[in-house]
Design a protein around this ligand. Structure first.
Ligand code: PLP
Length: 391
């Protein structure tokens, strides 16, 4: 099997599993308990908080553990909207955010908030002048993702943070795809709220965090006990939190080497596809992109068929369409960067890890070449295109 869907999720690293195990088998006490079986969990949570805070230049008390990126995004947007509503009800985000942000914005619109969804350029980049022009006196929040999950484009977060700070507007970034891949410093980048998720960096599923700059007032997200300083009640996911911290330690340790390896493989794969398969285009920015992201549209074919045929060859990848929702709508991200519906439908996302090899990339290109040819041979659109070329 060749696994090329690391933006969807990653394999839990052995050292992460090892770090988690004792919190299932031995230190299973409730962290709120007084006895030492419980306090072992409590101590582990506070160590994890320190590790994760340190990874982004934050303070421990600014980290709130959640059940993943979706929850962190929901919390950030809803909490800021509620706590700042007296000052204004306008939020700025982009058309290419993850649904965790977009659908939360839709919910807020139904509840009396106004949201501006910024256009992005052909590479998926936010234009600072467009952002500046969208700011209103009642703007309370700017939410722009750190890096896009489909096309890998890395946004100008530092510049957006600076602008937000100058204008006195809170800045949230969904860093689910960037955390552990790209160095992040919330102080230097003027980030007020940041979402992250463990399973994208070889940690466990169901664990994530929201960073909230101290001084930013946010309401409780889940009401109940006093966990997470009463803001997110419920017995803590101790193994998940410990695994998250172990994954962060690992990610920081290998970041430089992993980035170099993935970039080299990514650019090799892109180059091979571009030279060996006609009528394709790279989606996203060539340089300002996540180290392991490749997103390509193949004209005249259906992404879903491509995925199924790749799967039959043992290759796991993802399409550009909203397949997770069972809908056949093309990806909102690909439409936002200007692709036509049929181009968006013929898209393929391959997201690499440091475990992939050049030999695997060669196999993938060879298989892709054969499958794309076969699908094009069956495509009436391709036939029409060939005729028009001749005629
Ligand atoms: N935001 C982005 C950019 C993502 O890529 C994802 C996951 O695909 C999420 C949010 C949701 O994270 P989680 O799966 O931890 O809920």
């Amino acid at each position: 099997m060749i696994y090329l869907d690391n933006a969807a999720t990653t394999k839990t690293a052995p050292e992460v599993v090892e770090a988690m195990l004792p919190y299932f088998t031995e230190c299973y006490g409730n962290p709120s308990a007084i006895y030492s079986l419980g306090s072992a969990g409590k101590k582990a949570i506070s160590e994890a908080r320190r590790t994760i805070a340190g990874a982004i230049g934050a303070k421990q008390e600014e980290i709130y553990f959640t059940a993943g990126g979706t929850e962190a995004d929901n919390w950030a947007l809803k909490a800021v909207a509620e706590s700042c509503s007296a000052r204004g009800r306008h939020i700025i985000t982009t058309k290419i955010e993850h649904h965790a942000v977009l659908h939360t914005c839709r919910y807020l619109e139904k509840n009396g908030y106004q949201v501006t969804y910024l256009d992005v350029d052909e590479y998926g980049l936010v234009d600072l002048d467009v952002l500046r022009a969208a700011i209103r006196p009642d703007t309370i929040l700017i939410s722009v993702m750190f890096a896009n999950n489909e096309i890998g484009t890395v946004e100008p977060v530092r510049e957006i943070g600076k602008l937000s700070r100058e204008r006195g507007i809170l800045f949230h970034t969904d860093a689910v795809q960037a955390f552990g891949q790209i160095p992040i410093d919330v102080e230097e980048m003027n980030i007020d709220l940041l979402s992250a998720s463990a399973h994208k960096l070889n940690g466990p599923k169901g664990a994530g965090m929201l960073y909230v700059r101290s001084g930013v007032k946010i309401r409780s997200f889940i009401h109940g006990g006093a966990q997470e300083r009463s803001r997110r009640a419920g017995t803590e996911n101790v193994p998940g939190i410990v695994g998250f911290a172990a994954a962060v330690r690992r990610a920081l340790r290998i970041m430089e080497e992993k980035t170099a390896k993935e970039k080299a493989l990514r650019d090799y794969l892109i180059g091979q596809i571009e030279t060996q398969i006609p009528y394709c285009r790279l989606n996203g920015h060539r340089e300002k992109r996540l180290p392991g992201n490749v997103n390509v549209s193949f004209q005249f074919i259906e992404g879903e068929s491509l995925l199924i045929m790749l799967d039959m060859k043992g290759i796991c990848a993802s399409s550009g369409s909203a397949c997770t929702s069972g809908s056949l709508d093309p990806s909102h991200v690909l439409l936002a960067i200007g692709l036509r519906h049929e181009e968006a439908h013929g898209s393929l996302r391959m997201t690499l890890s440091e475990e992939n090899t050049k030999e695997e990339m060669d196999i993938v290109v060879e298989q892709l070449k054969q499958i794309v040819n076969r699908l094009r041979d069956m495509s009436p659109l391709y036939e029409d295109f060939l005729k028009s070329q001749k005629g």
